[in-house]
Design a protein around this ligand. Structure first.
Ligand SMILES: Cc1ncc(C[n+]2csc(CCOP(=O)(O)OP(=O)(O)O)c2C)c(N)n1
Ligand SMILES: [Mg+2]
Length: 819
């Protein structure tokens, strides 16, 4: 389907200039009279209470970190406390008008934002709703300690509940929002619209657009706020997130009824510092973060700078920006000016700024200023404000004490396995929403569906391979599994580079363009961090996403999003959240050093990911089906060498109907008794060739075990095979050093030590860059290497003349040379 936007040379070469409009800086000018008309006394006092509560919450943390005690209560807090004392007004202003449908994502310095958002949300809930939440949230674990002996209002109880949950989370107590699995830098509480806060600076930048995408695709109310610091705007993934959020297609190509541009505010909590580096005047050149908007789109992201040392200009900005988002004109960029009076952390000696500077900001302190303002406006007397402050301060202090009490607020017991138990959610999720999935045409009319119907679902017929054009292949298997889930789960989306029109980087998606509306299948910018980050945000919000990385070599570009984001939020939620995301990663060949690497070992090493590598059409379909019915993040490796291979192992071929292959089970591809060859990835096909030679030349029968899955991995069938044969070679196309097979070999050595006739031998690619296509046979393990390695290191093959050097001496030499 050709694109609807046509590019003509006359237009591209026409003379002109690019226009920018002025970006407002501190434009808020409302008078006291206007403010009095806009806010009720109750509103003003609510803001006051929230400012004070946050200041007290963090003052206590600061004191216990620095002095080990607060007002006689001693406590040793081992973990971090990145405080935002001074920044309260920016947080309260941001949160004031937001509802629980508005979701905030944030950073390491987010206690204030979390508290502000929680306080604001609970004011908008009825007492019944709050009671219901407190009773049901983690079966009342947070409610029980705070309701003991409490006789006040439900709102008062909710305040205790929320402050207590936050402290408990920071102190790693079972009674924390997420059983202490998140802690200070990663705390969150989704019922009030508080989504993950990220210890990776700028980490929320690429995730939040995925959350906003979820709202658009699934027509959900509310907006997303991505709160990140000024220095975070130096992070590449933040730029990728902004690029992803500002794609033209939302407004130009997507169905108008979806609502247009993504409903997201990138809100810079601009405190003028990173840790010690200064974006203004030192580490960046932009001067005003708001200026960045001008480079993003013609709307300049509706960027402006606001005074975040006063909550009212921030509330005003958020109210105005909400309208823009509701009109489908997002994204928005806000540059909210504030100041961190506290150090970066309590151990910070503030060597990077002058005492005078801190004193000036202290003199202008937002809490003092707001106190004066309320008094001057006649909203409340000094006495009333002080009494309100004392009251909330004492509640916060009481909750602090309760959270430090080990009896009321226990940690996980010694030796607990809970951290492991919540690594995966292991749920079955047939669909993430009940509405009817959207399609552009009847499935049975789709040309690809019709074409696949005419294919032969076995790879061999009458002893001969089925011609490539006719054979049902790995691409077809993945397509069928995805189609199945697309037809059940209305939230399911797929995106990545060249996903639409092109048909996915390697034609797996051909046919989907005609079948799926834009919002279910779309091209992303070339932003690997943006792609994976968006899939994480989409998953966190409760949707199902399939993201694609064209080459495994590009995982580096999405390193943080794969290793720290996709992998970790389920566990940091203590198993409360799902992460229904499949990340398809294609492993290349023939394209040299930067497009032909199998990097499966990188994700094997990272806790929290399910990792599979199917290499037959039968396995690809069954495992994609299982991945798309689960609730955990799955890294789904595919090999470009074999996309069009037919099914050579399953005798009945690839079933028409639905079936699943569990994501933990290796598969015996050929039975044998003399030797076990375990393979990962397309190395299976070289192992088949080697096994044929072993049989032909030496009368040996090799059992072929295709690992298929990297994590989790059931060793039982592998152990059974090795026990039977006593000999094992492990084969992979990844470079040998540090590859997945080294871990499998080491575990097998321990599990089968008494049954082994020789140590397990791992054979991988050379520890080199991948050379050019013409030289690949020097690099990837060839069938002849397998025979040579068996001969040198497992059992002598009678009369065999090795063609390569697979001796132990050579192994040691390569290691010494680092190659
Ligand atoms: C990717 C990454 N790099 C560096 C750090 C260390 N670090 C923690 S906070 C911080 C400064 C962040 O500054 P900014 O984004 O302005 O947020 P602020 O701390 O001022 O709230 C740095 C460099 C980190 N946590 N993550
Ligand atoms: Mg900063």
């Amino acid at each position: 389907m050709p694109k609807s936007i046509v590019i003509e040379p006359e237009q591209a070469f026409a003379k002109g200039t690019i226009h920018f409009t002025d970006i407002a800086v501190n434009a808020y000018q409302k008078t006291a009279k206007e403010e009095l008309a806009e806010y009720s006394t109750e509103d003003f006092l609510a803001i006051w209470q929230d400012l004070c509560a946050i200041r007290q919450f963090e003052t206590i943390l600061n004191e216990i970190k620095v002095k080990g005690a607060f007002q006689g209560v001693t406590y040793n807090h081992a973990g971090p406390a990145h405080l935002s004392i001074g920044q309260e007004a920016s947080a309260v202003g941001m949160a004031f008008s937001l509802t629980s449908d508005d979701h905030i994502y944030g950073s390491h310095r987010s206690h204030g934002e979390i508290l502000a958002k929680g306080f604001s949300a609970m004011r908008k809930w009825s007492d019944e709703q709050l009671m219901e939440l407190m009773k049901s949230y983690r079966d009342g674990a947070l409610l029980r300690p705070v309701e003991k002996g409490y006789k006040g209002s439900v709102k008062g109880l909710a305040l205790r509940f929320f402050v207590y949950g936050a402290y408990s989370e920071i102190f790693a107590r079972e009674t924390g929002f997420n059983r202490g699995m998140g802690g200070s830098m990663h705390a969150f509480f989704t019922p009030f619209g508080i989504y993950p806060n990220n210890a990776i600076v700028g980490g929320s930048g690429p995730i939040s657009p995925g959350a906003a995408l979820f709202k658009r695709v699934n027509r959900k109310p509310g907006m997303v706020v991505c709160n990140i610091g000024d220095a975070s705007f130096g992070c590449g993934p933040v730029w990728e997130g902004i690029t992803f959020a500002s794609m033209d297609q939302y407004r130009k190509l997507w169905d108008k009824s979806l609502g247009g541009g993504l409903p997201i505010v990138f809100n810079c909590m601009n405190n003028f510092y990173g840790m010690g580096g200064q974006p203004l005047g030192e580490t960046m050149g932009v001067q005003f973060i708001a200026r960045i908007g001008a480079g993003v789109n013609p709307d300049q992201m509706h960027a402006e700078r606001v005074n975040g040392y006063d909550p009212l200009p921030v509330i005003d900005a958020f109210r105005r920006k909400r309208k823009i988002l509701e009109e489908g004109r997002g994204p928005v960029l806000l540059d909210t000016i504030t100041y961190r009076i506290s150090g970066h952390s309590p151990s910070d000696a503030s060597s990077y700024r002058s005492k005078e500077e801190v004193e000036h900001w202290q003199a202008a302190d937002s809490i003092k200023a707001f106190h004066k303002k309320l008094e001057a406006m006649g909203v409340a007397s000094d006495e009333a404000l002080s009494t309100a402050r004392e009251s909330v301060d004492s509640t916060v202090f009481e909750m602090f004490k309760l959270a430090t009490d080990l009896e009321a607020s226990p940690r996980l017991p010694a030796g607990s396995e809970v951290v492991g138990e919540v690594m995966f959610s292991n749920r079955r999720v047939e669909k993430c929403d009940d509405r009817e999935p959207e399609f552009l045409q009847p499935i049975e009319k789709n040309a690809r569906v019709v074409q696949i119907k005419g294919k032969v679902r076995v790879g061999m017929q009458d002893g001969k391979p089925v011609p490539k054009m006719k054979a049902y292949n790995i691409r077809d298997g993945i397509f069928e599994a995805m189609l199945h889930r697309f037809s059940i789960d209305p939230t399911m989306v797929a995106f990545g580079e060249e996903n639409r029109d092109w048909g996915g980087a390697f034609a797996v998606y051909r046919g989907f363009t005609e079948l799926l509306p834009y919002h279910r299948l779309f091209n992303s910018p070339i932003s690997e961090a943006g792609i994976v980050g968006a899939s994480v945000g989409y998953g966190l919000e409760g949707g199902r996403a399939v993201a694609e990385l064209m080459y495994a070599d590009f995982m580096g570009r999405a390193g943080d999003e794969i290793f720290n984001q996709l992998a970790k939020w389920q566990s940091m939620s203590a198993g409360q959240l799902n992460m229904c995301v499949v990340l398809r990663i294609s492993v290349g060949a023939k394209y040299g050093a930067q497009h032909s690497q199998d990097w499966s070992a990188l994700v094997q090493h990272i806790p929290g990911l399910k990792v599979v590598y199917p290499v037959t059409p039968y396995d690809a379909k069954g495992m994609m089906n299982a991945a798309l019915a689960g609730s955990d993040p799955v890294i789904f490796f595919e090999s470009q060498k074999i996309y069009d291979y037919g099914e050579m192992f399953a005798e009945e071929g690839v079933p028409d109907g639905y079936y699943e292959i569990p994501l933990s089970e290796p598969s015996i591809k050929r039975k044998g008794k003399d030797l076990t060859i375990i393979t990962l990835g397309p190395a299976l096909y070289n192992a088949v060739a080697a096994a044929d030679e072993l049989q032909k030349q030496f009368g040996l029968s090799a059992e072929l075990v295709d690992l298929r899955t990297i994590n989790p991995l059931n060793f039982e069938p592998v152990v059974a095979s090795v026990r039977k044969t006593g000999k094992v070679l492990l084969l992979t196309d990844a470079v040998e050093r540090g590859c997945v097979m080294q871990t499998v070999a080491s575990t097998l050595t321990q599990l089968c030590f008494d049954d082994l006739d020789a140590p397990p031998v791992v054979l991988g690619s050379r520890n080199w860059i991948t050379p050019a296509a013409e030289l690949e046979t020097f690099f990837f393990p060839q069938p002849s290497w397998i025979l040579d390695a068996i001969h040198e290191r497992i059992m002598p093959l009678k009369g065999h003349q090795p063609q390569t050097n697979q001796t132990l001496g050579e192994l040691a030499r390569r290691a010494r040379a680092g190659v």
